[in-house]
Write a protein that binds this ligand. Structure first.
Ligand code: ARG
Length: 457
């Protein structure tokens, strides 16, 4: 198979070099975008009379045929043709002869690959945004359904203050909302059209870049040809937004793993989303959550790969940049798989409401409410904190819960404490009182649900 760049070479490429430099084994995934970009380019070349319109038409017809062959699995991808760009161009030349030989006018693989990756990431990013929205919807429905459920909130993984389970769940919707915004923002830079930068300095031929951008639905044409073929920021932004997204999914996964442990027993995962042990018959393992947590490491690795690939590159294009594809492809696959499986797993979780409520009421989790009670009676917060700390210490020593203290016991710590203290120290009272904006009171959580509903619609 004759290589498109063979003119300058007298000798043959060694087999090991062909294997070492090829990217067709993985960049064939870009075929659809490569053809889409080539069709737009051919139309432009025809419109500008850089090539005869008849040739442009032949090229487009040939490219559509090739797309059909690839779709039907009838196209033979050749390693000796390196990459998706040369594979498709060679097939086109075989089909259309001289017309096909004109497609690569005013174009280089350097701007072509940048375009293909941008087209790919535009589709994938949009799909991922939709999947995030879907997962948000799933979480929101669970928050609505479980509005009365009380659980302990934690800091340092120590029981801190009682909260509504719904409030807890909404926290994840907020994180996912920022992920969506980050990806939407990344999209603005993904959709810059690099074609026409050619190898790196542009072209002397009278091309119309804005027309190509319009055909491809890109809102902007790149402003500097050297930058356009060197730039992988758009992929890095995608990878970094994905890494943060995965961090959120991983934290959620970690909670599910903890909560389904015997020690917590807050939830039970459904049989369909757990797996067994090959030796311990009693086991039901949260593997989906564990793998989500584990795959987060892969996505972080992908971000770091590309950052490292790019860091030492002199301008402009360098072949190192071919290594951008694997981390990007692996990230889109991993992120989509995690978002999809979690969205299916979450609705099937059984919350152990009794166990959660019980845990919320224990461990002096309403001590802050006593301190705030004292503040309302004019005691400075630092003093109120000290008094309440002493009450807790007394309870620990005497093995009592706060609600088990008599009023005379309370009064020993502060004369400001009256009988109404008992309506402040149950978990549900504490929750109801947290009416500050964004707080855990049912009235507030309902407002949050109402606001978030609009975002996931
Ligand atoms: N396969 C290459 C890549 O993915 C395409 C661009 C190659 N350009 C070149 N001049 N060798 O980056």
């Amino acid at each position: 198979m004759k290589k498109p760049w063979s003119g300058r070479f007298a000798g043959k490429t060694s087999k090991i070099v062909e294997s070492f430099t090829e990217s067709i084994s993985f960049d064939k995934r870009l075929w659809r975008y490569d053809i889409e970009g080539s069709i737009a380019h051919a139309k432009m070349l025809g419109k500008q009379n850089i090539i005869p319109v008849r040739d442009a038409e032949k090229i487009i017809k040939g490219l559509i045929e090739i797309a059909g062959e690839i779709e039907r699995g009838k196209f033979k991808f050749r390693k000796e043709l390196e990459d998706i760009h040369m594979n498709i161009e060679s097939a086109l030349i075989k089909k259309t002869g001289d017309a096909g030989k004109k497609l690569h006018t005013a174009r280089s693989r350097n701007d072509q690959v940048a375009l293909d990756l941008r087209l790919y990431l535009r589709d994938e990013t949009r799909e991922i945004i939709t999947l995030i929205k879907n997962l948000q919807g799933v979480i929101l429905r669970s928050a609505e359904k479980n509005i009365g459920v009380i659980m302990p909130g934690y800091t340092h993984l120590q029981r801190a203050q009682p909260v509504l389970l719904s409030h807890y769940l909404l926290a994840y919707i907020e994180m996912l909302q920022r992920d969506r915004r980050r990806l939407e923002d990344a999209l603005k830079r993904i959709t810059t059209m690099p074609l026409g930068s050619c190898a790196m300095s542009g072209t002397s031929l009278p091309i119309d870049r804005a027309y190509v951008a319009k055909l491809l639905g890109f809102d902007k044409v790149s402003d500097n040809s050297i930058d356009a073929v060197s730039d992988r920021d758009f992929a890095l932004e995608f990878l970094s937004a994905s890494a943060i997204l995965m961090m959120h999914l991983s934290r959620m996964a970690e909670e599910l793993i903890l909560w389904s442990a015997e020690e917590f027993s807050f939830i039970e995962l459904s049989d369909a989303f757990t797996t067994g042990s090959s030796i311990m018959p009693q086991k039901k393992n949260p593997d989906v959550a564990e793998l989500t947590r584990g795959k987060t490491g892969r996505v972080y690795g992908n971000l770091l790969s590309l950052l490292t690939i790019m860091k030492g590159l002199p301008l402009s294009y360098n072949r190192d940049m071919q290594e951008d594809k694997m981390p990007v492809f692996d990230t889109t696959d991993t992120v989509k798989a995690c978002l999809t499986v979690l969205a299916q797993m979450l609705p099937e979780i059984k919350f152990n409401k009794g166990k959660m409520h019980e845990a919320a009421g224990n461990a002096y989790s309403t001590a802050t409410d006593i301190a705030e009670y004292l503040v309302r009676r004019g005691i400075p917060f630092r003093e109120a904190h000290e008094i309440t700390g002493k009450i807790v210490l007394y309870c620990i020593k005497n093995k009592k819960e706060l609600k088990e203290l008599s009023i005379s016991e309370f009064k020993k710590f502060s004369p400001a404490i009256a009988k109404d203290i008992y309506s402040r120290i149950r978990a549900e009272d504490s929750i109801k009182a947290k009416t500050s904006k964004g707080g855990t009171a049912p009235s507030e959580v309902k407002k949050q649900i109402k606001r978030l509903k609009k975002l996931v619609r």
